[in-house]
Design a binder for this molecule. Structure first.
Ligand SMILES: *Cc1c(COP(=O)(O)O)cnc(C)c1O
Length: 380
């Protein structure tokens, strides 16, 4: 048996919609892109959605849109995928790491408060594992201090906070459509915002900084275009957007499936004395991109490496999300971070393991994972 930790769910409808675009005139910069953007904006109940080539590109785009520059500080939790922080470095700004809450591994709001100063321009909140951060508290901080809230919602597409969709909760929200995420376009990213100016800026940034698009020039009967600020090629293709449209129909069923799997895991591990799972706050609906278990402090029991090896040997694709970003050599070398600076995240890193969770994971497979986790924990 081989069970990965995450896997896409592609059906014949998905395949047909991609093939249709491959047979059409436009592989890129065609009508599917705006079509996908309109559908996702409608689905999430937001004014603007912009599709780009990846979640990482989306992070770069949002920091550009709010005008982050050299000398600016952006607060970010260290317990995230490295690209959340890398995007701050792309802008020449200073990533200001903060620790996380030990129950949820979400950004520690008190630590955020302590790190706000005159140079702080934004906070990137990461909805770790698929659970939305406390956006009411973050919004208050943004109002008091004139800083922007960015949601790295790469884990939390389809989640809600006080019955409000993720996508509506921050100044700008970033999603990823990598195959392990809630829906996929192969690679891809989406940005949502209520701000039309930012949306316009992002559309230029993803297209090398070009002010008018090819269709606009065609309409005007002109070849003339201008670049005021340079950008990148962060365009997504039409066949990717066709896949995105087709996948969007399945988003809510994907999330329900993930939640059902999480319930099975919770029930199985509830009475276990050697591991626990992360807390879920009231008033959120969790998207369960990850299902994370955590070893309790056991002196003589099975440690993280042993548990990882035993499960891997049984064909179970466990993983650790994440090595805190401040521990990566690049950040230690260039930003003087070191072991010991963010103790909650560092301790969690030595105790957590992500178990398989994805829409096509069968109940039998879930049982197989549960049985093997409990068995692996028993013996020394
Ligand atoms: C997946 C992910 C990203 C990056 O998305 P890509 O589409 O792979 O570039 C950024 N942040 C988090 C938290 C992610 O999980």
């Amino acid at each position: 048996m081989h069970i990965p930790y995450g896997h896409q769910n592609i059906d014949e409808d998905d395949i047909d919609s991609v093939v249709q675009v491959l047979r059409s005139d436009y592989l890129t910069t065609g009508p599917k892109i705006e079509n996908f953007e309109n559908r996702i904006a409608k689905y999430l109940g937001v004014k603007e959605a912009i599709a780009v080539s990846s979640g990482t590109a989306a992070l770069h785009c949002v920091l550009h849109a709010i005008g982050i520059k050299k000398g600016d500080e952006v607060i970010v939790p260290t317990m995230t995928f490295a690209s959340t922080v890398n995007a701050i470095v792309f802008m020449g700004a200073l990533p200001v790491f903060v620790d996380v809450n030990k129950r949820t591994l979400l950004i520690d709001i008190d630590a955020v408060k302590q790190n706000i100063n005159a140079n702080t321009k934004a906070i990137i909140a990461v909805d770790y594992a698929g659970q939305p951060c406390d956006y009411n508290l973050l919004y208050k901080l943004s109002q008091q201090n004139g800083i922007k809230i960015i949601a790295d919602a790469c884990h939390s597409l389809g989640a809600t906070y006080h019955n409000q969709n993720v996508g509506q909760l921050a100044d700008l929200t970033v999603f990823s459509m990598h195959p392990v995420k809630a829906i996929t376009s192969g690679e891809g990213g989406v940005i949502t915002t209520e701000n039309t100016e930012w949306a316009k800026t992002i559309k230029q940034f993803r297209n090398n900084g070009i002010l008018s698009d090819y269709h606009e020039r065609k309409r005007k009967g002109s070849w003339v275009y201008d670049i005021v600020n340079i950008g990148y090629n962060y365009r997504i293709t039409d066949f990717q957007c066709a896949l995105g449209i087709s996948q969007l129909h399945k988003l809510s069923s994907h999330i329900k499936k993930r939640q059902a799997i999480a319930s099975l895991y919770n029930a199985a591990f509830e009475s276990c004395t050697t591991i626990s799972y992360l807390d879920v706050e009231k008033n959120v609906s969790h998207a369960y991109h990850l299902y994370v278990i955590r070893l309790n402090e056991v002196r003589d029991g099975v440690d993280q490496q042993e548990l990882f090896s035993r499960l891997t040997n049984q064909g179970i694709g466990v993983n650790v999300h994440y090595k805190p970003v401040h521990l990566h050599t690049y950040y230690q070398k260039h930003y003087n971070t070191a072991d010991g600076m963010y103790p909650v995240a560092e301790k969690a890193y030595k105790q957590i393991l992500s178990l398989p969770i994805y829409p096509t994971l069968s109940e039998n497979e879930v049982e197989y994972v549960i049985t093997n986790v409990l068995k692996a924990l028993e013996s020394n």
